[in-house]
Design a protein around this ligand. Sequence first.
Ligand code: IMP
Length: 187
Amino acid sequence: MSYGEAIERTLFTSDEIRRAVERLAAAIGADFRGQPLLLLGVLKGALYVTADLARSLSLQKDGPSEIRIDYLAVSSYGNAARSSGEVRILRDTSENITGKNVVIVEDIVDNGHTIAYLAGLLRDRAPRSLRTCVLFDKPYHRQASVTLDYVGLTAPDAFVVGYGLDYQERYRNLPFLALLRSWVFSE
Ligand code: IMP
């Protein structure tokens, strides 16, 4: 079965995503002009957005003085449709974030538990500043109270895949954001 047959429709093309990432980079770059910055991507979903954001930031003339990249990995939904609020760290950061300007980079925020948990955890390590950046926002079922400082695009109230987002570890590599056909979920 090819990926093409499983896709119901494209929600955001790779061009639209690229432009959204550039807008995020412009906003972040302006806020951290002349200062060092640590981009902290949340694996696996934020793999692409973190890398593209870092590249876009490095093209700015007047951006941060230095950009470091680190990742941490958390457990995601597994097969369930929604996260429970229980977040597990599978791999911690390799950088010590104390005293640094940190931007957490997430692929998507739905009920908000994951990013709220991470923000709490990282804040306890006393970074110089801590901000949140999310490429796709699903603001419909928010449960955790969390401030999203940089938001790329608003996704529909549906399960989406592509550009890092998976369904059972598949479809992450799609360069666009898509809806899957319903039969995929009953396979
Ligand atoms: P939250 O805790 O409900 O905000 O969910 C955040 C995490 O759930 C994200 O980092 C994703 O890993 C996953 N997630 C939420 N919505 C989707 C989706 O539509 N497709 C794929 N993964 C999703």
